[in-house]
Design a protein around this ligand. Structure first.
Ligand code: IDP
Ligand code: MG
Length: 151
């Protein structure tokens, strides 16, 4: 049974543009399972911790400002290889370099308005899940559909 989890977050531009349902739908259609979902207005401190690896980048202040522009919708998803495949569903960091059929490829143009976040490794996924969901998330497997999704 798959136990890999990832943190997917619809950024303020994606929320404001009404793309939450579209993004949820793509992960659900794939066969992945949602474990948590919340809409929150993140604090600057939370965003700086989330993006701590990028602190030294020249675009960091702009990134934080962008991410503070409105509420975000954060989710935890579980499934086989979900970190890698989730990022494939998102597309490249730069929407213009993303293939059609990906979320960023279908809905975005500029790198600083790229609609959604996805964890880049299983370890970072767990770090981000603890950060955004400090009270934990459900442990649950949709037992009745497992045989329809996994062989
Ligand atoms: P990722 O979101 O595809 O994992 P990261 O390199 O982790 O990409 O960067 C985090 C976020 O920072 C990106 O999603 C994007 O919003 C923003 N970002 C990355 N590179 C640039 C840039 O060159 N200019 C402006 N914003 C950037
Ligand atoms: Mg990243």
């Amino acid at each position: 049974m798959a136990t890999e989890r990832t943190y997917i977050m619809v950024k303020p531009d994606g929320v404001e543009r009404g793309l939450v349902g579209e993004i949820v739908k793509r992960f659900e259609n794939k066969g992945y399972q949602m474990l948590a979902l919340q809409m929150i207005q993140p604090t600057k401190a939370l965003l700086e911790e989330h993006y701590t690896d990028l602190k030294e980048k020249p675009f960091f202040p702009g990134l934080i400002k962008y991410m503070l522009a409105g509420p975000v919708v954060g989710m935890v998803w579980i499934g086989k290889d979900i970190v890698k495949v989730g990022r494939r569903l998102l597309g490249e960091t730069n929407p213009l370099a993303s293939n059609p059929g990906t979320i960023r490829g279908d809905f975005g143009i500029d790198v600083g308005r790229n609609i959604c976040h996805g964890s880049d490794s299983p370890a970072n996924a767990e770090r981000e899940i603890s950060l955004w969901f400090p009270n934990g998330v459900v442990h649950w497997n949709r037992a009745h559909v497992q045989n329809l999704i996994y062989e």
